[in-house]
Design a protein around this ligand. Sequence first.
Ligand SMILES: *Cc1c(COP(=O)(O)O)cnc(C)c1O
Length: 491
Amino acid sequence: MHYVSTRATSASAARNPQQFSDILLGGLAPDGGLYLPAEYPQVSSAELDAWRKLSYAELAYEILRKFATDIPDADLKELTARTYTPEVYRNAREGEAAADITPLRVLEDGPQGKLVLQALSNGPTLAFKDMAMQLLGNLFEYALAKENDELNIFGATSGDTGSAAEYAMRGKRGVRVFMLSPHKKMSAFQTAQMFSLQDPNIFNIAVEGVFDDCQDLVKAVSNDLEFKARQKIGTVNSINWARVVAQVVYYFRGYLAATTSNDQKVSFTVPSGNFGNICAGHIARMMGLPIDKLVAATNENDVLDEFFRTGVYRVRKPSETFHTSSPSMDISKASNFERFVYELVGRDAERTHALFRKVDTHGGFDLSGAPGSDGDEFRDVAKYGFLSGRSTHADRLATIRDVADDYGITIDTHTADGIKVAREHVQPGVPMIVLETALAAKFNETILEALGEDAARPAGFEDIESLPQRFVVMPPDVSLMKAYIAEHTGL
Ligand SMILES: *Cc1c(COP(=O)(O)O)cnc(C)c1O
């Protein structure tokens, strides 16, 4: 299995065939594109049948081995078995089996259709990012040990990604995490989740500023290429290919759990921000999984909904990006979207490059086919099953209330966006699976607003705010930051 960049010319792709392990620790390709397999591995009906009997870890192994062909099978089997355990994904709801890892719950099965929730947030940080990040932690440790190398992950977070990365990398040999967050700007719960980690390889840095100051610091430090190389600095952002592949697994799992025969189809609705999660669904579909529709649900930051309705991709300025009550979907552009556009334009890397150059220079592109547009490929979107919808704060509150009244469970704000949009697209005869991307306890302020009572916390989280915290406070100063990193890496 070889990987190509969405912006590679045929000459550079032929010169540099990349294997899974070559791209595991990195982000963007050197040409600025994103990595994708040269072709998608296909899954036969016989394989799907056999996979119906597997545990989640065994299924993850079967899917991963089609992509990570340069990792010996026995090693991959051990890595997946160690990652996808009921001990790691232990926060299942009452009545749902932790051993299922991503248990399904039928919400509704009536004349309008069947609505099913797939829980992806039972991992240590109560959000779906654990599904991929926990595997990444084990893969990183494995790959670094092989090369006798080390890696220092340096990033900024306003919540979910940073904590998922820290819980995945804590205690891992060869890895340190330096995570910047805006001092006193995260919720008490999120702060406690991150800062209560006592592992010596985790460094929480509270920056006296806002999230943008944190991000600017990460950019400034990373732009010093000499420093970056010497300090072995890397990232774990959502464009990382291994994260996308790990997410492919739960689409297979959801399909297999919701069906009894491969003649049946299902659809998925995915609360979307950076297009990472739903991109994995697209890949599962390209591998031959019988997915009917893939529905992208956005909040008020509706870049993706606009594209899937009109064919116009128009990124937002920071001033046009709303702070919403589903904050993990507050994006101005969707960093994984290029992976789909590459497919849509017939895997033409030069054209993909030109379109995303236009995103940088003109803020977007238009594939609607209208006079003066950049192309007419929007007409092919339906072939890939994509649909979309949008949800607002008022929708979120109403959906959280409805779901509590009708089904007796409390959902989080991102999942509420998903259910609101799923209801607009569910069809009789095709189960609609909504991916639950976080547990309500993480976004309690809005739960309180919607229901007038606090969200229940999973066992072990009751008192998290009172645990001792380990962090340093620093001003937004590039040279102080570099000195801090160098002091703690010893490189
Ligand atoms: C990250 C995140 C999302 C968005 O996922 P993408 O892969 O960026 O589309 C949705 N919900 C929650 C809770 C998240 O943490």
